[in-house]
Design a protein around this ligand. Structure first.
Ligand SMILES: Cc1ncc(C[n+]2csc(CCOP(=O)(O)OP(=O)(O)O)c2C)c(N)n1
Ligand code: SF4
Length: 312
């Protein structure tokens, strides 16, 4: 692992921010010959207080919906001037799944020679925790509240990887900040490939997920162990899983560490668990010998410890 930092301390992220952890490590692998673009998002707020920037490389910022278009333009300018190196865009899930989808699709469709990274904290965090297409089923956000009519977000998370893969990119992969070797290998591959490359990183958010700041990495690991997040890559027209947990852990182990899920009832828990079991089979099914899915029949199984962070 290279030790030189190009995303420096002194930025303003919350302690334990998954986005900051991901960006710091990705930048170590990408190195000094990199030009960065960040659209409106938490990252721009905590990394670029004018006139300073936490990025120790050339760095751009324009509008929310533009990542695919701007990184395309930067690459074209580089080509024209004979500049070598990577052009990378770091966009949030709101700027990728929803508002930036059209520019993302255009860049992927044209096979632009750029790296697009989606740092996915599963909501529009910097404007106050609004639901996005990446928000998981059941999660509380300020626009999917808990009340008589609805109990948190009613939609399953959009599968943005499937959307990107439909464009046949040269490389696409999912990353976890808790699976370090897998993480580094994939960034390195993405750095070396030509054409359109896409990395999708799960980045837990302390206030948005109502978690303790010291548990970010543990929660990211549990996402993989419970099937909420699967690690795989797509290249040369084929997808393959890069890490398979030994057994499928009950999703409640993941949910109960996060206040955004504390209201979930049995029916919703079972719906989510069933969905994850199907997803597990979809990703790992061919090498599974026995059924792994455990649907709960008893009482609600979420237990909270009374920590105020775990309240909604
Ligand atoms: C077209 C447009 N709509 C809305 C906004 C306001 N806005 C700026 S950042 C942001 C939320 C960003 O969410 P996301 O991309 O998920 O990144 P996060 O803050 O969660 O890291 C919003 C809604 C904007 N700048 N431009
Ligand atoms: S609100 Fe969430 S994503 Fe934004 S800086 Fe804090 S922990 Fe990171």
């Amino acid at each position: 692992m290279p030790r030189n930092d190009y995303f420096l301390s002194g930025h303003g992220a919350c302690p334990g921010c998954g986005v900051a952890i991901a960006v710091k490590n990705i930048m170590r692998v990408l190195g000094s010959e990199t030009t960065v673009y960040v659209p409106a998002s938490c990252l721009i707020v905590f990394s670029a207080l004018y006139p300073t920037s936490a990025f120790k490389v050339p760095f751009f910022f324009t509008a929310f919906e533009n990542t695919g278009a701007v990184i395309t333009g930067i690459k074209a300018a580089h080509r024209r001037r004979g500049v070598q190196g990577n052009v990378v865009g770091f966009a949030g899930d709101g700027g990728t799944f929803d508002i930036g989808l059209q520019a993302l699709s255009g860049a992927a469709d044209r096979g632009e020679d750029v790296l697009y990274v989606c740092v996915d904290n599963e909501a529009y965090m910097n404007t106050g925790i609004q639901r996005s297409g990446a928000t998981p089923f059941g999660a509380w956000t300020t626009t999917s509240p808990i009340g008589k009519r609805i109990q948190g977000n009613r939609r399953m998370k959009k599968d943005i990887m499937d959307v990107v893969i439909a464009h046949n990119p040269s490389y696409a992969a999912t990353l976890s900040i808790a699976h370090f070797n897998d993480f580094i290998k994939k960034v390195d591959k993405a750095k070396k490939k030509k054409g359109f490359r896409f990395l999708h990183v799960l980045t837990p958010c302390v206030p948005g997920w109502k978690i303790e700041s010291s548990r970010t990495v543990e929660i990211a690991r549990l996402a993989v162990e419970t099937g909420m997040w699967t690690l795989y890559e797509y290249e040369d027209g084929e997808a393959r899983s890069t890490y398979r947990p030994q057994e499928m852990r009950p999703v409640t182990e993941y949910l109960q560490l996060q206040g955004r899920f504390r209201h979930m009832n049995n029916e919703d828990l079972n719906n989510l668990q069933r969905y994850l079991c199907n997803k597990w089979y979809y990703h790992y099914g061919h090498d599974i010998e026995q059924p792994v899915c455990r649907i709960y029949k008893g009482e609600k199984e979420l237990h909270f410890d009374g920590d105020p962070l775990h309240g909604v």
